[in-house]
Ligand binder design. Structure first.
Ligand code: SF4
Ligand code: SF4
Length: 101
């Protein structure tokens, strides 16, 4: 089940440590381009958490996750020390693999 795999990701990267401080949004190029939360690290992190809870992802949110450039700028500023870019990368891989099944 995709949810179980996403749950493992949430645990692996301790995503619920996110304090919603928004520091990561201030350095994210895709968030700067659209100013939409789903195009920034915080939105992507919480989308992964919601996915792990069985909440469906719509195509807009799915695209927001896929649009991450993996530049890792967000990792540098996260006070919680979350490996944000790596978590998003792994979640993207999971979703794409699941979509191809
Ligand atoms: S790795 Fe993705 S989420 Fe993080 S700053 Fe870069 S584009 Fe934004
Ligand atoms: S910088 Fe870290 S703690 Fe702050 S909103 Fe982004 S992911 Fe969450």
């Amino acid at each position: 089940m995709i949810n179980d795999q996403v749950k493992l990701l949430v645990e692996k990267y301790s995503l619920t440590r996110c304090a919603r401080c928004n520091f990561c949004e201030s350095v994210c190029p895709t968030y700067a381009a659209t100013r939409r939360r789903i195009h920034g690290p915080r939105g992507r992190i919480w989308l992964i958490i919601y996915l792990s809870q069985g909440i469906d992802v719509n195509s807009d949110e799915y695209d927001g996750l896929l649009s991450c450039l993996n530049c890792r700028a967000c990792n540098q500023v996260c006070p919680a020390g979350i490996e944000i870019a790596e978590a998003i990368h792994d979640a993207k891989a999971l979703l794409v693999r699941n979509a191809l099944k």
